[in-house]
Design a protein around this ligand. Sequence first.
Ligand code: THU
Length: 183
Amino acid sequence: MRESCFLIHRLQKGQVLQIPVSVTMAQVQYDCSRGNHPNVSNSTASPVGHEQIQLLLNVCKEAKKSAYCPYSHFPVGAALLTCDGKIFSGCNVENACYPLGICAERTAIQKAVSEGYVNFRAMAIASNTEDDFIVPCGACRQVMREFSRDWDIYMTKPDGTYIVKTLQELLPLSFGPEDLKKF
Ligand code: THU
């Protein structure tokens, strides 16, 4: 693709973000095994670029619009970045049989895994909560942990601000696939 190509990501009516194709999607390969993240204290994976973070923030906000939440009226959107630079979106999907509802984060992970992607670099999460950053529930943290402890979770507010933590920070002393091999 030519250098001058741009990916146009629509934000809201009339508002667009232009991101050079050279830094998006499959063009970005993250080394998920080493490196140093400038913003996340414990991350040892290679950094997620500014444009890619903005894209994740926009995709999770957009995904929130698809939330099926007639019971809680609490829409959530997620955007999952794979180590190959691919982004999977997700939203919460509730059910009349309440416990069967699934969070946005797990929707995104299941979409990715079902298409053959299991190496994850980052996830961004959006909700309508104005005053607090949306944080993943305990069940989602455990599902995230299945795939690595070393990836970054961007927790946002609707105004576009965010905080970022590694999964290790969100779920310390965790149980994972390696533990099953210890006995
Ligand atoms: N929810 C998510 O999708 N992600 C979170 O991080 C927190 C909660 C959903 C689950 C349920 O559909 C609704 O929000 C209210 O809990």
